[in-house]
Design a protein around this ligand. Sequence first.
Ligand code: HEM
Length: 226
Amino acid sequence: MPPPALPGPATPESLRVNRLLMHPAAKPVVGLLCALPFLHLLLGALQLGGVELGANPAETLIRSTGDWTLRLLLATLAITPLRVITGWSALARYRRMLGLFAFFYGSWHFLAFAWLDMGLDLQAILKDIAKRPFILVGSAALLLMLPLALTSFNAAIRRLGARRWQQLHRLVYAVALLGVLHFFWMRTAKNLLGEVAVYVVVLAVLLGWRVWRWRHKPGRPEAPRP
Ligand code: HEM
């Protein structure tokens, strides 16, 4: 994660939004919203509550969990730009939760693949990872998410020290790039790139904003003129 952002403009509107974001019920509500897709898939998998997962439930489970992993990853990356641009500084409280939900969905995505596609056969899983590059890229993304999830708690921040923790959490950029590449690679084989393009644009904006801000950071030495 990047260093703490400068607080955005404090306007009456931003103060109102911040108050709302600080409301004791706001975090549980956002947590519930993040959990809803999972609950929907769970009901469908257990064939409860009249929820159906379509003609190919295994495919729905694998794809939906993959979609939510990527969406929540990008939502996590959107927190800092939104805070800085809008002044909704209380959004910072939600970043860890969104990141952990991304990891949660990523783990279920892997589990659904390993179980429903591969029958939990470790050899078959490793063979498929080695054989299909898009799965290799997805696996690399998930592996890189692991240290982020394990060090997302206050005790880990204290133990690592803020600087090292921040450096480690920059891995989130690699995770997002690999996640989008994984999706692109999978869909390009099927020539279905419309949806992927949306994710590519969102990620480009989120990373582009960071590069722009870094280049305009006060105190950064001017690039030497030719
Ligand atoms: C951060 C990690 C990952 C992200 C963000 C991610 C994301 C996605 C997305 C967005 C899709 C497409 C869903 C759709 O078509 O709507 C997908 C599909 C898929 N992913 Fe992942 N994935 C990740 C890790 C993994 C891992 C670790 C594996 C397996 C080892 C994996 C295996 C698959 C498979 C088998 C599909 C479905 C391919 C198909 O139906 O043809 N992914 N993933």
